[in-house]
Ligand binder design. Structure first.
Ligand SMILES: C[S@@+](CC[C@H](N)C(=O)[O-])C[C@H]1O[C@@H](n2cnc3c(N)ncnc32)[C@H](O)[C@@H]1O
Length: 402
C-alpha cells in the first residue's frame, strides 16, 4: 500500500489545486470548529459530490479534517498553512491575487496552484522519464524543453514578450520564498554590521533584490548593487521604488543589467551574494559563474552562497568531503537517530523535491556539501564557514578567495 500511495501522490497535488482555487481553507476558517458541509463550501463553483471525494482524500492525509460525513473543518495545523488570512472579498479576483497574497500561504498558492500544478511543474514531472531514460547527453532534453516545445533555456524563453506574465509571476514567487524562512534569516549568520560603512554588497542574480533590501534596511551604510538580466532589473527598480525609495534617493542602491556568465564588472565588492542561484545550474555553469566572481574579487572579498545543502539518507561520513571539511564551522549537522533516516527523511525531503524541480527547468541541482566544495575549489574559492539558520532549509556558505 505504501508503494501504491507513493505512485499515486500526484493525485494529492491535483486535489490541493482544487482546494486552493476554491479558497476552501478561507471558507472553512470563517465557520470555525463546526465545519461546513461540502454542499455549502463553494456552491455553484464545483460539483459537491466530487468536492467531497477530493476533500476526503486530503483529509486522509491530514489536510483538512472531516468532522462528520462530508463536513470539513480547517482546524488542522497542516491545512491551516493554506489559509491566506484574507476574507473572501479581500481575496478578490484570482488574476490580481499574487500581488496581494502574503505569508506561507502565498507560496503555497503560487507554487501549488499557479506554477507547480496548473502551469509548469506537474507537466514537467510527467516528462522526467523522457529526460532521464536516455543515454544521449543533450542540454535541450530537459522536461522543460519537452513541455514547452522549445530548444531555448528557461531564462531565455521567459524573456520572450509572450512570456512576460510568467516572468512577473516568477518574481512574485521568489519574493514569496522569504515566507519559507523565519523572518530575516539573511541577517543571521554573516554579521553584516562588521562591514565598514560604504562597503559594497553585490546581489548577483538578485531578482527583485528582496534579500539585499533586508540587509540594507538594517545596515543602511552598506552600498548595494542588484544585478540581474535586463528585464528582471527593470522589475527590481520598480520594487525598490515602491518599497524602499529613500535608499534609491540616497544613492545607496543601484541596479545593473549583467549576465553572470560574462566577466563580472564590479571589482571592489566586499560581498558577492548568490541566493538561489547555483542550484539552477549544473556544475560546469556553476563553476563559470563562480570563476567570473573570483576573477573580480579582492583578497578581502567574501562570497556568500545561500542555497540548500542536500544531506544523504545514510549516516554522514568523512569520506564524502574529506576530514578537513568537518573542521569547518557549521559543516556538521545533527543526524536523526536510528531507525529514522539520518537526514530526517520526509522532514527534509523538500530539498530533494527542489533538486528534481531545478533539474526539470534548468538541468540544475541541489548540492551536497561535497558537491559544493568541488565547485568552489574548481573556481578558486575556499569554504570557511557554514551557517544553518534554525527552522530554515537554506544554508549560508561563506567563502574566501584561494
Ligand atoms: C531563482 S531566482 C533567485 C533570485 C534572487 N537571488 C532571490 O533569492 O530571490 C534566479 C535569478 O537568476 C537570474 N538569472 C538567470 N540567468 C541569469 C544570468 N545569465 N545572468 C544574471 N542573472 C540571471 C534570474 O533572472 C533570477 O532572478
Amino acid at each position: 500500500m505504501f508503494i501504491l500511495n507513493a505512485a499515486n501522490a500526484a493525485i494529492i497535488t491535483a486535489c490541493l489545486r482544487v482546494a486552493c482555487e476554491l479558497d476552501v481553507a478561507e471558507t472553512l476558517r470563517e465557520v470555525g470548529s463546526e465545519g461546513l458541509h461540502v454542499e455549502r463550501i463553494a456552491p455553484g463553483k464545483v460539483n459537491s459530490d466530487l468536492l467531497a471525494r477530493i476533500l476526503g482524500l486530503l483529509a486522509m492525509h491530514h489536510i483538512f479534517r472531516e468532522v462528520t460525513p462530508n463536513v470539513f473543518t480547517n482546524l488542522n495545523r497542516i491545512s491551516a498553512a493554506l489559509d491566506k488570512g484574507k476574507t473572501q472579498e479581500e481575496l478578490g479576483c484570482a488574476e490580481t491575487r499574487p500581488a496581494d497574497a502574503s505569508g506561507p500561504a502565498a507560496v503555497v498558492e503560487l507554487l501549488q496552484v499557479k506554477i507547480l500544478i496548473a502551469e509548469e511543474n506537474m507537466k514537467m514531472v510527467a516528462f522526467l522519464g523522457e529526460a532521464a531514460l536516455t543515454t544521449q547527453e543533450n542540454q535541450r532534453n530537459l522536461p522543460f524543453n519537452h513541455v514547452f516545445r522549445t530548444d531555448e533555456t528557461f531564462y531565455a524563453w521567459i524573456e520572450c514578450p509572450e512570456n512576460a506574465w510568467r516572468r512577473q509571476r516568477f518574481g512574485f514567487v521568489m519574493d514569496a520564498t522569504a515566507a519559507w524562512e523565519p523572518p530575516h534569516t539573511i541577517l543571521t549568520g554573516f554579521d553584516w554590521s562588521t562591514l565598514p560603512a560604504g562597503s559594497l554588497v553585490v546581489d548577483v542574480g538578485g531578482g527583485n533584490g528582496n534579500t539585499s533590501m533586508q540587509i540594507a534596511r538594517t545596515n543602511p551604510s552598506l552600498r548595494i548593487v542588484v544585478q540581474d538580466l535586463d528585464s528582471a532589473i527593470k522589475g527590481a527598480k520598480l520594487h525598490w521604488q515602491s518599497n524602499f525609495p529613500s535608499h534609491i534617493d540616497n544613492k545607496m542602491v543601484s541596479f545593473q543589467a549583467h549576465n553572470f556568465f560574462t566577466p563580472q564588472p564590479i571589482t571592489d565588492a566586499s560581498i558577492f551574494l548568490l541566493r538561489y542561484i547555483l542550484h539552477n545550474w549544473a556544475d560546469e555553469k556553476a563553476v563559470l559563474i563562480l570563476q567570473h566572481l573570483r576573477a573580480a574579487a579582492q583578497p578581502t572579498t567574501r562570497l556568500i552562497v545561500v542555497d540548500m545543502i542536500l544531506a544523504y539518507a545514510c549516516p554522514p561520513s568523512a569520506a564524502e568531503s574529506g576530514p578537513e571539511t568537518y573542521a569547518v564551522e557549521g559543516t556538521t549537522r545533527p543526524s536523526a537517530p536510528s531507525p529514522l533516516l539520518a537526514n530526517w527523511g520526509p522532514a527534509s525531503s523538500f530539498a530533494y523535491t527542489l533538486d528534481l524541480c531545478t533539474y526539470s527547468y534548468h538541468g540544475g541541482e541541489e548540492r551536497t556539501l561535497g558537491a559544493f566544495l568541488d565547485v568552489f575549489a574548481r573556481a578558486g574559492w575556499k569554504l570557511v564557514r557554514v551557517y544553518n539558520p534554525p527552522a530554515s532549509q537554506l544554508s549560508h556558505l561563506e567563502c574566501i578567495p584561494i
